[in-house]
Write a protein that binds this ligand. Structure first.
Ligand code: FAD
Length: 312
């Protein structure tokens, strides 16, 4: 469990041993990380990564809104950014935000200044997670507005990445192995602040009506299956909805232990209060199997599953 302890560098931030991760994820499940590091500032993060032996795996974590951390936890140093990495500044139509800033705060601050990043308002993650996952909704994606991302590499160097470097795809981007995003710069279209705030209120209301926003979830569980264009090529028009094929397989409301496919939106996997990561992942796999049996479609997970199962 603590096999790295002799080789960990000194830090100014907080380094916690065998730190349980469940309270740091939206689904409230997950075992301990060997270590959780919360750096004091950029220099602290750089020095730590520079002096950390290459053999030690590093996992940067946002606010855990797209993660199932398995019950056995993570054999790694999990790095979670907090204060010192959450500043937001706006200059003209350019918004720069620390990786720990919440998407919702960035959207609101941008709107105050007449910059339209409204699509970020309903995504409950941090800017680090938004860039890594190319977060998006209502037809807009992080990739559309990102101009620059700054990382600290696994070797401790500061580097700027362009959108091309990040190679954005649906809910994915490329980061160098072990790199931690520390900030991102966006450029959004202009808008009237009152209109932008009104639009965000309407989006929140729509979410509350259609999604289990009061339950513990990690958003959409599976990607919408790719459709087929008129040329027969698979594309990502996403005309088939994951919730529909889950309904057709009779899995809306299905349970396993404390996990449930939400009765309100069948593509949301929820922790009803007592779920383990194993319940959640196991139920997700049952759904994939049933959907394959009924429609021949293989659902792909959108939620990331990380860490180890609990040993018997
Ligand atoms: C109710 C609900 C609704 C949601 N709706 C949407 C939606 O509409 N659209 C959408 O796209 N997503 C949605 N999500 C999913 C989730 O919010 C996004 O994927 C979000 O971008 C994840 O951000 P996070 O900070 O929680 O990242 P985490 O879940 O903590 O991590 C996700 C990935 O990002 C990486 N990461 C995080 N921070 C950093 C960093 N600083 N440096 C390097 N890598 C990092 C992690 O290593 C991991 O690979 C929803 C989730 C919930 C719970």
């Amino acid at each position: 469990m603590t096999r790295f302890s002799a080789i960990l560098p000194d830090v100014r931030g907080r380094l916690s041993k065998a730190r349980n991760l469940s309270d740091l994820t939206w689904l409230r499940v997950g075992g301990p990380a060997d270590y959780l590091f919360q750096p004091a500032d950029i220099e602290d993060l750089q020095a730590f990564l520079r002096d950390l032996p290459d053999v030690v795996p590093v996992f940067p974590m946002g606010v855990g809104s797209n993660l199932i951390v398995r019950d056995g936890g993570m054999r790694a140093v999990v790095i979670r950014l907090g204060r010192g990495f959450n500043a937001i500044s706006v200059e003209g139509n350019t918004v720069t935000a620390g990786a720990a800033a919440l998407d919702a705060h960035v959207a609101r601050k941008a709107a105050d200044a007449g910059v339209d990043l409204t699509f970020l308002r309903t995504i409950p993650g941090s800017i680090g997670g938004a860039v890594r996952m190319n977060a998006g909704c209502y037809g807009s994606y992080t990739a559309d507005v990102l101009r620059k991302a700054t990382i600290v590499t696994r070797q401790g160097d500061l580097r700027d990445l362009t959108p091309e470097d990040l190679n954005f795809r649906y809910r994915q981007s490329d980061l160098p192995e072990g790199a931690v995003l520390i900030s991102a710069t966006f450029e959004g279209p202009s808008g009237d602040p009152d209109d932008l705030h009104a639009r965000m209120e309407a989006q929140l209301k729509k979410r509350d009506e259609t999604q289990p926003t009061k339950d513990r979830s990690a958003g959409s569980t599976f990607r919408n299956p790719a459709g087929f264009s008129s040329t027969g090529q698979a594309d990502d028009v996403h005309d088939l909805k994951a919730w529909k094929v889950i309904d057709d397989a009779g899995m809306r409301g299905a349970t396993r232990g404390g996990a449930q496919m939400s009765p309100k939106h069948s593509n949301f996997l929820i922790n009803t209060g007592t779920a383990t990561a194993d319940d959640l992942e196991g139920l997700g796999e049952e759904v994939r199997k049933k959907v394959y049996e009924t429609s021949g479609i293989t659902l792909e997970w959108e939620i990331m599953r990380v860490g180890d199962p609990l040993k018997e």
